[in-house]
Write a protein of this length. Structure first.
Length: 338
């Protein structure tokens, strides 16, 4: 069986290290592993490939694939591959959801605490060698996560782990999940510092607007699908509480960035922590760069020291299942988009 490894990017961090490809070759000496590091190389290698371990397959590459039966993505998001021909094809798709849940959840907590405690201000004043104690205390700017209601939009592996960590720190967590039961969430209930254990509630997407009105922190961890594009636009931002924080670790296109800039300019929101953007890299002329209420990270929330070994091991486990004719893990519903 021929397996095409096609995980490449103009950014080195998104390119699978050769050591992991060599490990796969040693684990499966009975199979042929070919590596492609450019679109043209994929097009030349894919015609006789049975499996693709890759971050993207384009329409012209799919059209050239004569034997392809399965694609495994090293990422959770696979929206870039769900063009009509791929969705209509019998090709099985799996992804790596869950692999980065812990590191992304820690990232969410880190940037949320940074904004709630004004750590960007601390860094600016440190550079200026200015003792800003009164500035921090003015207007009770420092907030605690345990006093917050955290809304997690997309309560899968990443959202669920984020909710667990936030609840462990005392936050009241509400997760929006498509499969959540239809019931009325306690949208008006404020967080209570006296409770022994912070609860977690899940509600269906129909509750989004009601929850935005009462959330202190809004975290976006939903997949990118046709239904979630610009799910946070001008009307949703207008519903958010004064002083709320917005965090996006999903895909940039889930937020209308122009509307977000306008909302931040009003001063209603405390700030936003953005790891993903509508266009990446974020253009140098984006007004987001210069805003002091925005914490920008360059799409790194999913990385940690063992990222690529973990990705290779998940693929190896699925490859063993594939060869044995067993059910694969993380099968993608191509119609649903995740």
């Amino acid at each position: 069986m021929k397996i095409l490894v096609a995980i490449y990017s103009s950014f080195a961090c998104w390119c699978i290290p050769e050591v992991e490809v060599d490990w796969l070759r040693r684990e499966f000496p009975e199979h042929v592993f070919a590596r492609a590091d450019a679109d043209a190389e994929v097009l030349s290698c894919i015609p006789d490939a049975d499996v693709v371990f890759g971050a993207t397959v384009r329409p012209d590459q799919l059209a050239a694939a004569r034997r392809l039966r399965w694609i495994h993505s090293p990422a959770a998001g696979i929206g870039n591959m769900l063009f009509p021909e791929m969705v209509a094809s019998p090709i099985l798709m799996t992804n790596s959801r869950g692999n980065s849940a812990a590191t992304i959840a820690e990232h969410v907590i880190a940037v949320t605490l940074a904004l709630l405690r004004d750590l960007p201000l601390a860094y600016r004043r440190q550079i200026e060698r200015a003792w800003a104690q009164d500035e921090f205390n003015a207007g009770a700017r420092i907030r605690m996560l345990r006093d917050c209601r955290v809304l997690v939009i997309g309560f899968g592996s990443i959202g669920g782990e984020t909710g667990r960590l936030a609840a462990a720190l005392g936050a009241r967590v509400v997760g929006i999940r498509r499969s959540a039961p239809e019931h009325d969430a306690d949208v008006a209930q404020p967080p209570s510092p006296e409770r022994a254990e912070a609860p977690i509630t899940t509600v269906p997407p129909a509750h989004l607007h009601a929850e935005l009105r009462v959330a202190d922190v809004v975290v976006i961890s939903a997949p990118q699908t046709a239904k979630t594009l610009h799910m946070i636009g001008a009307s949703e931002l207008a519903l958010m509480k004064e002083g709320a924080v917005l965090v996006n670790v999903s895909r940039g296109k889930l937020i209308d960035e122009a509307a977000l800039v306008r909302a931040l300019q009003t001063g209603r929101l405390r700030g936003a922590a953005l790891d993903v953007f509508e266009h990446e890299p974020l253009p140098v002329d984006s007004p987001l760069w210069s805003r002091r209420d925005v914490l920008i990270t360059p799409h790194v929330s999913g990385f940690q020291a063992h990222h690529w070994p973990d990705a290779a091991k998940l693929f190896a486990d699925n490859l063993r299942r594939f060869v044995a004719g067993e059910p694969l893990v993380n099968v993608v519903d191509k119609q649903a988009g995740y």
